[in-house]
Design a binder for this molecule. Structure first.
Ligand code: 13P
Length: 240
């Protein structure tokens, strides 16, 4: 059975003391887990027995104050990067074209990419969800040599931090749509799609029954180490 990837997107959670507490408490060794704390705390996380990721990246070859490039990430042993999170699209106007440049650059440097896509509440209500997702996936991934190191995270914006969840069938439909866009429009076979949005210790067992997904991108519930380890164990139990 395919090992599911489990990514903790800690966003702007944690102050220094919380980060120190986290690394003291989070003891497990998991090959399939990626922790993405704020980059100022990454050094504290270097001794954890999981992989580490950034929450954003900038493309090489351009100088830009305040950014971190793929080359720099690789030099620190970082394995993954989240690209195109809806919060960045919304607050920082990150476009699909900019996201495409970031994905290309990260893939060229052999970083694992977690590309976020998903419709807003308004787009869902107007029946535009599929069209929006198609455009996000197509524009972000066109011209990429191969997507072996890319997982696409379906994160409906209305499910992020809200405790609202799509049904398993709704998630499955969107996962199949994303896989179809990858295959039919971009020629990528076997795209990996993960789910994110209000995943927690109570609902993860049910979500884990979806056959078509390849893992989870978890926000709030990843910021508390004991809870996150419980979630990891629930997800990984399916594989044993
Ligand atoms: P929550 O799990 O807090 O809903 O956040 C999801 C998310 O945005 C992960 O990238």
């Amino acid at each position: 059975m395919e090992e599911r990837i489990i990514v903790g997107n800690m966003k702007v959670d944690m102050l220094k003391e919380d980060a120190l507490h986290y690394v003291e408490t989070f003891k497990g060794e998991y090959n399939n887990v990626v922790l993405c704390p704020s980059s100022i705390y990454l050094n504290y996380f270097m001794d954890t027995k999981v992989k580490l990721g950034l929450q954003n990246i900038f493309y090489d070859g351009t100088i830009c104050t305040g950014e971190i490039t793929s080359r720099q990430a690789v030099s620190m042993g970082i394995k993954y990067v989240i690209i195109g999170h809806s919060e960045r699209r919304y607050y920082l106007d990150e476009s699909n074209e900019t996201i495409n440049k970031k994905v290309k650059d990260a893939v060229e440097h052999n970083l694992g990419v977690l590309l976020c896509v998903g419709e807003s509440e308004e787009e869902k209500e107007n029946g535009r969800a599929d069209e929006v997702i198609k455009r996000q996936v197509y524009t972000a991934l066109r011209g990429i040599e191969n997507i072996r190191n890319v997982a696409i995270a379906y994160e409906p914006v209305w499910a992020i931090g809200t405790n609202k969840l799509p049904t398993n069938d709704e998630i499955k439909d969107k996962v199949l749509l994303i896989k179809k866009v990858c295959k039919d429009l971009l020629g990528y076979e076997n795209a990996r799609v993960i789910y994110g949005g209000s995943v927690n210790v109570e609902n993860v067992e049910e979500l884990n029954k979806i056959e078509e997904i390849s893992g989870f991108l978890i926000g709030g519930a990843s910021t508390e180490p004991e809870t996150f380890e419980k979630i990891i164990q629930i997800i990984n139990n399916r594989q044993n």
